[in-house]
Ligand binder design. Structure first.
Ligand code: DAK
Length: 258
């Protein structure tokens, strides 16, 4: 894989890696870097050899948010016309499982990037937070909305109004991260999960992700209808035949993603 500006990109077997690589600025996300991340995600999503993608940060942080130097001079008309952050919306269209392995700081846009991933593993030393209020702005990439949905409005408002930092344990207690692990084991734990997922039927992973994302937004029965259609759809796949045959023949299935 070709490295792009401010990130390192490589593939290890079926696991694609994107490492945020601007350690001198705690991986603050400038616009070139945001486009690079989205571009790498799209490349992995289309790559037949990649089953799962892991995003992590180099140095002492996952990411300390969007680049404040770059944002400082923004004006609303230019923001509206150029819409420099729109590229970020493409992340929700990635169909493969995305794992975030976070450590150090996951602040503002860095927290939002982690929340855009499907599973989040956090090192014990991670500090999460939305400090935008201290800059006279507010989260702009889903932070306000996702925190409210996860914590309810009272708790969400307290975190968002104070800009206080949340420990990894607190984030886990709020259901925002999957697991808190010792910093030294972070990549090992993320890789173990990535490899486990890469052995599952790719179409099942994909349609489960699509259904869970719909379930988060839709009313119960509407979401259940989508679930049932996707369940039926999987019976058109070779992997459904293989998975069920393997069970009956008491052997390990070999999935092909078709
Ligand atoms: N931007 C630019 N530079 C940053 C930075 C950032 N977010 N965070 C750190 N740096 C730089 C510092 O300026 C410093 O640079 P030099 O002075 O060495 O040149 C270097 O990284 C080291 O930082 P410190 O000297 O501050 O180091 P400390 O250990 O004292 O503190 C810290 C580390 C991470 C706690 C602190 O740097 C900090 O508070 N950073 C800012 C955190 C923050 O406020 N983040 C939120 C930014 S607002 C959207 C998408 C995304 C967003 C919005 C809209 N759409 C899709 C619409 C996101 C917005 C945000 O994230």
């Amino acid at each position: 894989m070709i490295d792009r500006p401010f990130i390192k990109v490589w593939r290890d077997g079926a696991v694609g890696h994107i490492e945020l690589n601007r350690p001198e600025a705690f991986n603050a996300l400038n616009r070139q870097m945001m486009s690079a991340i989205v571009g790498a995600l799209q490349t992995f999503d289309e790559d037949a050899e990649t089953a799962v993608v892991v995003i992590s940060g180099a140095g002492r942080a996952f990411a300390a948010g969007a680049d404040i130097d770059e944002m400082a001079g923004d004006d609303p008309v230019r923001l509206e016309m150029v819409d420099p952050f729109a590229v970020w919306d493409q992340i929700r269209l990635i169909r493969k499982p995305l794992l975030a392995a976070v450590h150090g700081f996951a602040l503002g846009g860095g927290f939002e990037l982690a929340l855009s991933c499907d599973l989040i593993f956090a090192a014990e030393n991670t500090q999460f937070g939305f400090p935008e209020v201290k800059l006279g702005v507010m989260p702009g990439a889903g932070g306000t909305v996702k925190l409210t949905k996860a914590l309810g409005r009272h708790k969400a408002l307290e975190w968002l109004w104070t800009g206080a930092r949340m420990t990894a344990e607190e984030a886990c207690a709020h259901g925002l991260v999957n697991r808190v692990v010792p910093a030294d084991n972070l990549m090992e734990v993320a890789m173990k999960m990535a490899r486990k997922l890469s052995e599952q039927a790719p179409l099942s992973l994909r349609l489960i992700k699509e259904t869970v994302n719909q379930a988060a937004d839709l009313a119960l029965y509407e979401a259940m209808l989508i679930e049932r259609k996707n369940f039926y759809l999987l019976f058109a796949s070779e992997d459904q035949k293989e998975g069920m045959a393997a069970f009956r023949e008491k052997r390990k299935p070999v999935f092909k993603g078709r």
